[in-house]
Design a protein around this ligand. Structure first.
Ligand code: SFD
Ligand code: AMP
Length: 643
C-alpha cells in the first residue's frame, strides 16, 4: 500500500511481548548486553505498563519455592508439577525455573511490590507455593523495572503498540520479526541476531461461556491470541503438549479465581444438594491410577469430579464462601469486638482478592447483591485456554540447561542454549514454551531472565547480522496488509460492512473458528468430550476456514490486528486438534475426554506428543518424545495400566 511506510529496525536481541516473561528478559538482557556492547529491542502490541495477563494485577504470586528458608527443595516443586500434569513434564525445565524463581520474587519486593507479611515478618502463604500480595499494581511495578533496565543501561529500546504478525527467516534461522503499528500506517521489519518469543498464550480459540456484550470477559486476557504459537510454528519450531489445554474452574460469569478460596480460606465447593464432589467421588480417582492418589489432586481431576456432578444434573456448583468465612471467624465468637474485627478483615480480604486481579467479579458481586460472608457463589468450568505457564503445558519444545541433564536426557533435552527452540536463534519463555507448567507470573519472569541470558550468549557466539532481501520484506508486507485491500476493494457491495459476499470480517471469522472448536474439539457445548471422527471432521472444517482466511477484510488498523489475531488462533487450534487426535488415550479428564479412548495408557503414552509444521511440504509432522527423569523418582511409580 502506497501510504504505508516500511520501517526497518536492526538489533542484536529482539524480545517479543511485554508481559511477565518479556519484562524478566528485559532486565536480564540489559545486564548482559551492556557487558557485551549489544543492543536489545522489546516490542509489545500494547503498553508494557498494563499489557498481558497481569494487566489488572494479581492477588497472589503462585510460584515461590522458599529455598532459602529450607521450606522446600527444587525436587519438591518438580514432583508437584509432574504429578499435577499426570506425569508429563520436562523436569529439567521445571527445575531450572524453580531454582531461579525465588530471586525473581525478591526482586519484585525490592522494586516495590507489597507482599503480605505476618507478625514475625515472614511471607503469608496462600498455599505451599503461593504468596499473598497487594497486587493491583503488580504489572506496573514489573514494567517499570524492565523499562528502567533497558533505558538506563543505554542498550535498549521499546516499541509499544506494534502488533507482531510472524517471523522473519533467513533459511532455517530466525532473523527477527514483522508486524505493524496499530496507531499509524507503518509496517515494521525487525532484523535480529536472536529473537525471544514471549507473546503469551491463546484465548478465544474455543467458544467462551460469555456471549454478546460480555464476550471480552474471559479468565485469561482476550488480547493474548496465540501469537507465540503461530510465530514458533511458522518459524518451523517443534511444538510440545499442544493437546494440554487448561480449563480453569472459576467464579461463574466473571471468572474470579478460586485459589485464595480453596487454599487460604479453606473453602468447600458443594453441589445444589449440598454434596461435596471431592469427597463423594473419591472412588472415581482410583480410575486414574497413581495420579488419582497424589496430593494435591491434579487440577484436571479436581475439575473432572465437579464436571461429573454438573453432567448428572446436580448443578449449580457453589463456592461456600459464607461457610469458610464463618469457620475462620468462629474461634473469635466469645469476644464480640474481636469477632466483629475479624469478620471485617475477612470480608475485605475476600473483596480485595477480586479487586486485585478480576475487578469484574467484584462488580458482579456488587451488582447481584452478593455478600460473600452471607451467601455462596456459583463456580463453573470455563472454556479451554492455551497456556504454558499455568496448569496447561502447550508451547515450543525447548532446550534445557546443560548442568541438569543426565546421561539419558542429554541427547534428548539439550542442544546448546537454555530455552532455545529447535530453530536456531529463536528462544521462548512464559506461555510460549511448553512442558514446564506452573511457572505462573513469577516463574514466567524467571524463565524470561534465563532465556534472555542464553540468547545474549547466542548472539555473542553467532554475531552475524541476518541477511534478508528487501524484496522478501515487501512481499511479506503485501501479504500482511492484504485485508485492508480486500475491504477497500469490496466494501461498496453492501450497505452493512459486516455482511459481504466477497469477504469475511475478523469477528465473524472468530465465531466460525469457535464453533468448530466448541462442537468438534471438546468445548463447553460438547461437555469437554471428543473422539477420533469428531477430530477428523474438525481438521476438515479447519481447512475450509484456512481457505476463508484469504478473504479476511479490515476496515482499519484495529481490524487488521483482529484479522491476524484470528489467523494466529486458527493455527493454535489446528495444532491442538491434531495432537489430541495423535494421543490415543484420555490422560487429562477434566481438560478433555476422548470417548473413543477413555483410559490412561501408561504403557504407550507416557511420552510427549510433539508436532511441527513443515512449510516446505505444507504438512504437519507428529512425533513422540520420551519423558525422562532428571531426579530419582522415589515418589512416582508407573504401574498404572491396570487401573
Ligand atoms: O489466580 C504481543 N496468573 C497467575 N499467576 C500468578 O503468579 N498468580 C496468580 O494469582 C495467577 N492467576 C491469574 C493469572 C493470570 C490471570 C489473567 C488471572 C489470574 C486472572 C498467570 C500469569 O499471569 C501468567 O502465567 C503470566 O503472566 C505469563 O507470562 P507471559 O509473559 O507468558 O504472558 P503475559 O504476561 O500475558 O504477556 C504476554 C505479552 O505479549 C504481548 N503480545 N506483543 C506483540 N505482538 C503480538 N502479536 C502479541 N501478542 C501478545 C502482550 O501484550 C503481553 O505484553 S490465578 O488464576 O492463578
Ligand atoms: P487458581 O486460582 O485456581 O488459579 O489457583 C491458584 C493456585 O492455587 C494454583 O497454583 C493452583 O494450582 C492452586 N490451587 C487452586 N485450587 C486448589 C486446590 N483445590 N487444591 C490445590 N491447589 C489448588
Amino acid at each position: 500500500m502506497a501510504d504505508f511506510e516500511t520501517v526497518i529496525v536492526e538489533t542484536d536481541l529482539l524480545i517479543l511481548g511485554g508481559g511477565m516473561a518479556a519484562c524478566g528478559a528485559a532486565v536480564e538482557a540489559a545486564y548482559w548486553a551492556k557487558q557485551n556492547g549489544l543492543k536489545v529491542t522489546l516490542v509489545d502490541k500494547a503498553a508494557v505498563d498494563r499489557s498481558g495477563a497481569v494487566a489488572m494485577g494479581l492477588s497472589a504470586i503462585n510460584q515461590y519455592v522458599g529455598l532459602k528458608d529450607g521450606a522446600n527443595t527444587v525436587k519438591d516443586y518438580v514432583d508437584y508439577v509432574r504429578n499435577d500434569l499426570m506425569g508429563i513434564t520436562r523436569e529439567d525445565l521445571v527445575a531450572n525455573i524453580a531454582r531461579h524463581v525465588d530471586s525473581t520474587v525478591h526482586l519484585f519486593e525490592k522494586w516495590g511490590l507489597p507482599i503480605w507479611k505476618d507478625e514475625k515478618g515472614a511471607y503469608v502463604h496462600e498455599g505451599r507455593w503461593q504468596l499473598m500480595i497487594n497486587g493491583e499494581s503488580y504489572k506496573v511495578v514489573v514494567a517499570e523495572a524492565a523499562k528502567n533496565a533497558l533505558r538506563e543501561s543505554g542498550v535498549g529500546e521499546i516499541y509499544e503498540r506494534i502488533f507482531i504478525v510472524g517471523p522473519l527467516m533467513e533459511g532455517d534461522r530466525c532473523a527477527g520479526a514483522v508486524g505493524f503499528s496499530v496507531r499509524e500506517n507503518k509496517f515494521y521489519a525487525f532484523k535480529a541476531k536472536a529473537t525471544l518469543v514471549a507473546m503469551g498464550g491463546a484465548v478465544h480459540v474455543f467458544k467462551p461461556r460469555s456471549s454478546g456484550e460480555g464476550m471480552g470477559r474471559a479468565w485469561y486476557p482476550p488480547w493474548n491470541s496465540g501469537s507465540s504459537a503461530y510465530f514458533t510454528l511458522k518459524a518451523g519450531a517443534e511444538m510440545t503438549c499442544q493437546e494440554v489445554r487448561f480449563i480453569p474452574v472459576r467464579f461463574k460469569d466473571a471468572y474470579g479465581p478460586v485459589g485464595a478460596w480453596f487454599l487460604l480460606f479453606k473453602s468447600r465447593a458443594t453441589n445444589s444438594q449440598g454434596g461435596n464432589y471431592m469427597v463423594e467421588r473419591q472412588g472415581e480417582l482410583e480410575k486414574w491410577g497413581f495420579y488419582g492418589r497424589v496430593k494435591p489432586v491434579p487440577a484436571n481431576l479436581r475439575n473432572y469430579l465437579g464436571m461429573l456432578d454438573t453432567m448428572e444434573g446436580k448443578g449449580p456448583i457453589y463456592m461456600r464462601t459464607e461457610e469458610a468465612i464463618g469457620k475462620i471467624a468462629e474461634s473469635y465468637k466469645d469476644d464480640p469486638k474481636a469477632y466483629k474485627k475479624k469478620m471485617k478483615e475477612l470480608e475485605s480480604e475476600a473483596w480485595e482478592d477480586f479487586l486485585d486481579m478480576t475487578i469484574s467479579q467484584a462488580i458482579l458481586w456488587a451488582s447481584t447483591n452478593l455478600q460473600p460472608e452471607e451467601g455462596s457463589s456459583e463456580i463453573a468450568a470455563a472454556e479451554p485456554y492455551f497456556i504454558g505457564s499455568h496448569s496447561g503445558a502447550s508451547g515450543a519444545w525447548i532446550s534445557g540447561p546443560e548442568d541438569l541433564q543426565t546421561d539419558k536426557t542429554r541427547s534428548e533435552y539439550f542442544w546448546g542454549y537454555d530455552h532455545m527452540s529447535t530453530v536456531p536463534g529463536l528462544f521462548c519463555a512464559g506461555d510460549a514454551s511448553g512442558a514446564s507448567s506452573h511457572k505462573f507470573s513469577s516463574g514466567s519472569h524467571a524463565e524470561g531472565r534465563i532465556a534472555a541470558k542464553a540468547a545474549v550468549k547466542y548472539v555473542v557466539e553467532h554475531n552475524t547480522p541476518p541477511k534478508v532481501e528487501q524484496s522478501t520484506i515487501e512481499a511479506i508486507k503485501a501479504e500482511i496488509l492484504k485485508p485492508l485491500e480486500v475491504f477497500a476493494q469490496h466494501n461498496g457491495a453492501t450497505t452493512d460492512p459486516d455482511v459481504n459476499p466477497n469477504y469475511i470480517k475478523p469477528r465473524m471469522f472468530m465465531f466460525r473458528l469457535q464453533k468448530i472448536m466448541d462442537e468438534y474439539a471438546g468445548g463447553i457445548t460438547a461437555q469437554f468430550t471428543t473422539n477420533g471422527p469428531l477430530l477428523n471432521r474438525a481438521i476438515e472444517l479447519l481447512q475450509f476456514l484456512k481457505e476463508d482466511s484469504e478473504k479476511l477484510a479490515a476496515s482499519d488498523l484495529h481490524e487488521l490486528m483482529r484479522c491476524w489475531e484470528n489467523v494466529h488462533r486458527m493455527w493454535q487450534a489446528e495444532a491442538h486438534v491434531r495432537t489430541v487426535l495423535f494421543r490415543e488415550e484420555t490422560r487429562w479428564p477434566g481438560y478433555y475426554f476422548r470417548s473413543d479412548k477413555p483410559k490412561l495408557d501408561e504403557e504407550k503414552w507416557h511420552v510427549f506428543a510433539n508436532c511441527r509444521f513443515d512449510a516446505k511440504s505444507n504438512a504437519w509432522e507428529m512425533k513422540t518424545r520420551p519423558v525422562l527423569p532428571v531426579f530419582e523418582q522415589k515418589t512416582v511409580g508407573r504401574p498404572l495400566a491396570a487401573a
